[in-house]
Design a protein around this ligand. Structure first.
Ligand code: NAP
Length: 347
């Protein structure tokens, strides 16, 4: 197929850089426009950006001029890594002007007419796009991906749906890259743990129910989620301990099999960045660990380990995933691949 031109909004930030890196060698997408704030506008990308990834900045983008976030210009397909303070209005203006916006920000995730997509779990939620267009009057669209902890939790819960999920208690240990740059001051986080991340617990508790819900996400799942969130001195990879209650208590071997056999539309369609397997079940007692496991499956696989029964609820385990890849840029790119494969709406 011929490649599809795409833009990245918020291209200079932590998530924006992941977009630029991952799109740099993508077989379907070609970055032709980069946009950010007034601070960066009019500068070459390499001048405007303090590159913070271990892989080099792709040659093709070094000399691209960073543009303002003005809709109506450039490619139809727009990946957004904008700060939430501006993302709401800017993304909507792009959708109104005919762009397909793949958003990482929280602003539109709980809008009942905006898909909150995890392609392995709820690819059918794309069906609400027709109604989104009709009701909102947009000639484009907005599709979102979840909060960086929610996606790890929901990927680990989805295989257990067959047993009837009723409740889950999750405690997160979240990496500093999840707070953007410069993020949490080093004096606060080094040798320490900060047991509060503003707004994060509510996002995990609500987004999970929309993703696992029905009718395009308009009917929330009935399970109850209780979240505790903490920031820890880890660079990349959000780890969480999860205890879950199910209706039909199964043998641990059945739960193990549910994790290892889990896959969805991205794997069936062979999408370019679909991880195979989608979930990696670790049997070693000291895994998963963010430093060792965050990059598995190109950063797109979710790791689960320490699976055992729970004396309070049914089962307990540890889950971990890469927060700026599966939890952000990689998730948006997989959403775009799914939309093109299923609806051919990006070209
Ligand atoms: P970040 O490093 O602070 O980057 C923010 C980006 O937004 C920069 O490119 C910045 O451009 C741009 N920006 C700020 N104000 C703007 C304005 N008024 N107009 C246009 N552009 C503006 O943040 P991040 O961690 O990459 O997060 C980006 C988004 O993804 C946020 O909504 C965040 O909640 C979400 N998210 C992050 C993660 C994660 O793990 N980090 C995970 C999931 C979702 P300049 O450089 O020009 O200022």
């Amino acid at each position: 197929m011929t490649t599809i031109d795409v833009a990245v909004l918020g291209a200079t930030g932590m998530v924006g850089q992941q977009f630029v890196a991952r799109l740099g060698n993508h077989p379907w997408f070609n970055v032709t426009r980069l946009a950010a704030s007034e601070r960066s506008e009019g500068k070459r990308y390499e001048e405007a950006t303090v590159w913070r990834l271990p892989t080099p900045m792709p040659e093709a983008v070094r000399n691209l001029m960073v543009d303002a976030c003005v809709p109506g210009r450039g490619p139809k397909v727009v990946f957004s890594a904008l700060e939430a303070g501006v993302a709401g209005e800017v993304e909507e203006a792009f959708a109104r002007a005919g762009h397909i916006v793949l958003s990482n920000a929280r602003n539109h995730r709980l809008d009942p007419l905006v898909p909150l997509l995890v392609p392995e779990i709820n690819s059918d939620h794309l069906s609400i796009l027709a109604e989104q267009r009709r009701v909102k009057g947009w000639s484009g669209a907005i599709v979102t991906n979840p909060n960086c902890s929610t996606v790890v939790l929901v990927m680990a819960l989805a295989p257990l749906q067959r047993f009837g999920l009723t409740s889950a208690v999750v405690s997160t240990m979240q990496a500093v890259s999840g707070a953007g740059y410069p993020g949490v001051p080093s004096y606060d986080i080094l040798g320490n743990l900060v047991p509060h991340i503003g707004g994060e617990e509510e996002k995990i508790e609500t987004e999970t129910l929309k993703i696992l819900g029905s009718d395009g996400g308009r009917t929330m799942h009935t399970m109850v989620v209780s979240a505790h969130t903490s920031r820890v001195p880890v660079i990349d990879g959000h780890t969480m301990t999860v205890s879950v209650q199910v209706e039909a208590k199964a043998e641990l071997d059945d739960v193990r099999e549910a994790f290892t056999r889990f896959s969805g539309r991205p794997q069936e369609l062979g999408l370019p960045t679909a991880p195979v397997p989608a979930i990696i079940l670790h049997e070693e007692p000291n895994r998963p660990q963010p430093r060792l496991d965050a990059d598995l499956g190109g950063g797109m696989a979710v790791s689960v380990g320490r699976l055992r029964t729970c004396p309070v609820l049914s089962y307990r385990f540890v889950a971990m995933g890469h927060n700026t890849v599966r939890g952000a840029a990689g998730a948006s790119i997989l959403n775009a691949e799914l939309m093109q494969a299923e609806l051919q709406c990006l070209s």
